[in-house]
Structures are given as structure tokens and as C-alpha cells.
Design a protein around this ligand. Sequence first.
Ligand SMILES: NC(=O)c1ccc[n+]([C@@H]2O[C@H](COP(=O)([O-])OP(=O)(O)OC[C@H]3O[C@@H](n4cnc5c(N)ncnc54)[C@H](O)[C@@H]3O)[C@@H](O)[C@H]2O)c1
Ligand SMILES: O=C(O)[C@H](O)COP(=O)(O)O
Length: 529
Amino acid sequence: MNKPVVLVAEELSEAGLAVLGADFDVRHVDGADRAQFLPALAGVDALIVRSATQVDAEAIAAAPKLRVVARAGVGLDNVDVEAATKAGVMVVNAPTSNITSAAEHTVALILASARNVAQAHSALKGGEWKRSKYTGVELDEKVVAILGLGKIGQLVAQRLQPFGVELIAYDPYLQPARAAQMGVRLVSLEEALAEADFITVHLPKSKETIGLIGDKELRAVKPTVRLINVARGGIIDENALYSAIKEGRVAGAGIDVFPKEPVTDSPLFELDQVVVTPHLGASTHEAQEKAGTQVARSVKLALAGEFVPDAVNVQGGAVAEDVKPGLPLAEKLGRVFTALAGEVATRLDVEVRGEIAAHDVRVLELAALKGVFADVVEDSVTYVNAPLLAKDRGVTVELVTSPESPDWRNVVTVRGVLADGRTVSVSGTLSGPRQITKIVEVNGYQMEIEPTDHLSFFAYSDRPGVVGIVGRILGDHGINIASMQVSRDVKGGKALIALTVDTAIPADVVDQIAGEIGADSGRSVDLAD
Ligand SMILES: NC(=O)c1ccc[n+]([C@@H]2O[C@H](COP(=O)([O-])OP(=O)(O)OC[C@H]3O[C@@H](n4cnc5c(N)ncnc54)[C@H](O)[C@@H]3O)[C@@H](O)[C@H]2O)c1
Ligand SMILES: O=C(O)[C@H](O)COP(=O)(O)O
């Protein structure tokens, strides 16, 4: 059997490659070289990148088999997550892999900028012993403004605390009490600019943050201020920063990231007051080992069809062990639902009852939706695009949970209302230590059948002789019945036959049975693939 193809488009740690092991066809390409990268995507199941590879809509379209894009690091601004989601491609990152390295690099640049380390180093190695020119400033008693008090911003705050600085931060999405616990005073952007001796940026790059620190803002700072950016290029406007330093309105800067990378001709490079590094924030052995192993594990999970905790475009969090067996059950129920309904519902309820409802079971709703659309759309349906498919078709979906359940069993129900107002439902359980899955209800009829590869359901009016007719027709076509159950509401009322058979029942045979027994409906579903 062909191994799944994993394309590694940037350097991945040895430890990450070791996690992938021999089960995958691991290929390498230079993701920054578009002419090589795009053709290499054909036939690829998983793609691993860092920040230099643009995974845009064009790249995603060039990879029709792609199931997961893994970013061995934090920032996702080089990945078009929306395009990936539409294509059903999971996007994962390694959200905490390099935050310590990025925070330490920030502190390195703050100190380097305060004490002119890089400039003095170059001068001395160039044969110049200059002391007064490189007189610096202390951090003690200075005000440090952190823009973005998230994971890295917080680590920077912790690390700067012992230097005796006063910490302020601009982050409108954080509670002041949480910041206060860290010894940080939350302020407005205007206050941060006016009060700071050092400003360090730890924001994501977004529509709101691009150019957040531009000409106007750099006219509102102290002339002694130093700016540090280990987040993303473009959050501080480079040209505005250049002018501010050149005109003596800003004392200096420490910059790790640039609007376009790689870059060797930024205007900032000509200024002695600016210390620069080529996007080295995450470039430590430790961070790369963590990023590589974390994404390799996520790729393995994603290609095994399992839920991935670090997926950024899938709703729901980590899946509890007790909930995991419910995933294939909910997906099968979704497929049976669609077979029974014969059309897309206008409204769908996914009900989860029993002890598992104590966990986060949003993933069961996704699994049910995955099943509902699996036999409806041409493209592959995943945990990622299933909610979008529902939304596109105007299906309202609701998850209903309850710890109460009959017989103490965990029960999952997919219930939908069709355009003509009819309700269709199917329920399944997980029972026993082996978590055996059973279908226990169809359209209100109680039963107990295994969701095997081939199922059929016939709704008809209760009367003698029907079972015999069904058996004869299937026998005539060489189809072996594995199990058959008849349920009815009242004697002589409406009844339902549920069948499991060894081979698929062709559509014309389903029609023949339905015709001969005068069924209200006859449906079959193949869960084999
Ligand atoms: N240089 C490197 O090598 C390197 C390494 C890792 C991360 N990064 C970058 O560092 C940055 C921070 O990463 P993180 O993991 O700390 O992210 P994070 O999401 O944990 O933190 C970002 C913080 O910014 C705040 N924020 C978001 N939008 C804002 C806005 N418009 N105004 C003010 N605050 C806003 C959020 O509330 C959050 O607290 C990202 O840009 C990431 O890509 C760079
Ligand atoms: O967002 C990140 O994780 C950092 O910017 C690191 O990027 P890199 O993996 O390309 O070094």
C-alpha cells in the first residue's frame, strides 16, 4: 500500500522527522521557491512549513489530496486558513513551542539596544576602541510597555520583572485584574506610547495591527524611547521608524522581523541605532525540537482521521478518552440519517445523553455533520469543512446535551426536520467495556442492530407475510440477511423493518421490495467505505 506523503517545505528538526518514522513517504522541497513548491504539492497528504512558505489559496488548490497543513511554530500569517477550511484541510500549529525562545530573544534585543552591544561589537572588531560613543541606558526604574500581553508578552513581563522596571501593557482583550496579577498595569495605546522608555511588540499580525505603530504614534513617544519587535514585520511601520530615528524622535530599535522576508536592504540597516536579527526569535535547538515533534504528532493524528487538539480551524477542544468511541458512532448515525431522509434537513439536532455529556462533546456534533454530508457532496468531508457545508446549505445545527439517559447508556441521536416538516431521527449507543456501537432507534421505533456495512430500512403497514416477501426477494438476488428486526407502534399500525445484509442491496432491489410490501419508504445505506 502507498504510504501517505508528507511534504516538508522548510527545515524540520531531526526529532520531528523521527516522530514521523517510517510510516510516511517524507519528501523535502524548498517552500520559498514557488517554482519548485507548487508542483511538489500534487499527491501530498500533509504539508509541514515554518514562516517562509506561503500556503495560500493557489498552493492549497495545487494539493488536491491535502488533509493537513502543519505550521512548525506559532504565527499563521503565511497560511490562508480560510482557503484551507473551505477545502476541508486541517491547519495545525505548535502554539507554545517557541514562546520561551521568542521571549528570551526579546530580552536579548532590549538589552542589546540599551547597551549598544551589536554596534560596539562591530566597531571593536573593526579595530575601533570607542567607549563614550556607546554609552547606554539602564533598565532599572524604566517603564517598559508591552503591546500584546499574550503568551510571549507575559513571558517577557516575567523575565523583565527582576530588572526593576515598571511594566505597563496595551491589550484590550485582557482583564485588568489578570494583568495586575502579573504586576502589569493595563493602559491605553496612547498612554503606553507617552509613558514608555521601551516599547516591545507581541501582537499577532492582523488587519488591526498592521501599521499600528506608524508616523502619528512615533510622534507621541519620548525621544529616548527604544522599540523592539520580535512579533511580525509591518506592525511597526518601517519607514516611519526610520524617519523617527533619523530625526532624533526615537533613540533606537531592536528588530527581528520585517514586512517582507528574507530581506537584505531594509532602510533600517543603515542606522547605527538599530540592532537587527534575521527572524531568529524561534531559532533555538529547543524551540525547533518542540515545534518539530509537536507538529509531527499532529500530522500523524490528522492522517489517522483522529481529532487533533492543536487544530486551529476545527471547533471544539481536546477530545476526552470517553468521548473518542463516540466519533465513529456519530459519523455513522449522520450517514444513516441522510439515507433515511433522502434529502438535506433544514434543521438538525445532535443530542448527546448520558455520562459522556459531562465532557466537551462538541466534536460529536462535527462527527455527525461529517456523516450527514459524506454521501451528499463530491468533495471529501472533514471535521473542518462539515460545519461550513451545513451553513452553505442553510441547515441550522444545534447540539443538545443531557447527563440523563435511559438505562444509564450513552446515547447519541441525530434528529432532523425536513423541508416538508417531517422529522427523521436515528439514535445509537456505546455500551459495555468494549464500547460496542448499536443503532437503538430509527424514526421513533426502538430496535437494537449493529451499524454494519450494509443496512436497509422499510417502513410499511403492519400485516402478516411481509417478512417472507422481503426474505424471498433478497434470496432471489443472492443477498444474505445477517439480521432482521421488526418494530411497530401498535398491532396493525405502522411498522419498520431494519435489516443488516452481507452485501449491498442494489437500488432496484430496494424498489422491488418497497413495491411488493407497499412500503411508505425503503432506504439502504452502505457504511463500508
Ligand atoms: N520572532 C519570532 O520568531 C516569533 C516567535 C514566536 C511568535 N512570534 C510572533 O509573536 C507574536 C505574539 O505571539 P503570542 O504567541 O504571544 O500570541 P498570543 O496570541 O498569545 O498573544 C497576542 C496578544 O495580543 C493581543 N491582541 C490581539 N490583537 C490585538 C490588538 N489589535 N490590539 C492589542 N492587543 C491585541 C491578544 O489579546 C493577545 O493577548 C505573534 O505575532 C507571533 O507570530 C514571533
Ligand atoms: O511564528 C513563529 O512561530 C515565529 O515567527 C517563528 O517562525 P519560524 O518558524 O519561521 O522561525
